[in-house]
Design a protein around this ligand. Structure first.
Ligand SMILES: O=C(O)c1ccccc1NCC(=O)[C@H](O)[C@H](O)COP(=O)(O)O
Length: 201
């Protein structure tokens, strides 16, 4: 059964929607004002305290200072860092050496050569996404036909395509944001429906 990540939480009520459900990860977009889901580090610290301990907290960062990310990991504010910018393999290894926590790297998939970079990444987990993160759009999943490294699938997942994603693409995990929103806010019914479809509960 794939792992499930609900990303882009920004309000206490979003945490309360996720806590009772069979969700593996919740994601926070940290200090990236270009995103309507961005939250400050102070808000991250407040929301983080409310997350049920069975759910791992993923901080999503775009070209953010690595030492600040390491502090958030080492202080337990987040459990996992998802690097969603142009961070290099050397940046990932540097961050892995600053902390013993899991470091994920997101890759925008446009063509087969993007998958070669993802496969070679030193990241603890890779996440394959559409080129415009958080846009609710999917990349061409046919590119993944012969891809043989476990990955988290992101980009445009929702209740209408998640079954196909699971049966045809076989990801280790599924990451949703726009697909569980209504007018820019997380929707509890949409989240519950996705949990039911992915976890059979
Ligand atoms: O969600 C954002 O606004 C965002 C902005 C900048 C970097 C990453 C961002 N999201 C990262 C995620 O993990 C999203 O869940 C992923 O891109 C899928 O989003 P969606 O297509 O909306 O389901």
């Amino acid at each position: 059964m794939p792992k499930l990540k609900i990303c882009g939480l920004k309000r206490p009520v979003d945490i309360s929607y996720c806590n009772p459900l069979a969700i593996d990860y919740v994601g926070f977009i940290v200090d990236f004002p270009k995103s309507q889901r961005s939250i400050t580090i102070d808000t991250l610290k407040q929301l983080s305290q409310d997350v049920d301990p069975k759910i791992q907290k993923v901080g999503v960062f775009v070209n953010y200072p690595l030492e600040v990310i390491a502090d958030l990991l080492n202080e337990g504010v987040i459990d996992i860092a998802q690097l969603h910018g142009q961070e290099s393999p050397a940046d990932i290894i540097y961050l892995q050496n600053l902390t013993n926590k899991s470091i994920w790297k997101a890759f925008a998939i446009n063509e087969a050569s993007d998958l070669a970079k993802a496969k070679a990444s030193p990241a603890d987990q890779i996440l394959l996404d559409y080129k415009e993160a958080g846009s609710g759009k999917s990349f061409n999943w046919e590119l993944l036909e012969d891809f043989d490294r476990p990955f988290i699938l992101a980009g445009g997942l929702n209740a209408t395509n998640i079954q196909v994603a699971m049966t045809q693409v076989h990801p280790a995990g599924l990451d949703l944001s726009t697909g569980v929103e209504n007018q820019g806010y997380k929707d509890p019914d949409k989240i519950k429906e996705i949990v039911r479809m992915v976890k059979n509960v």
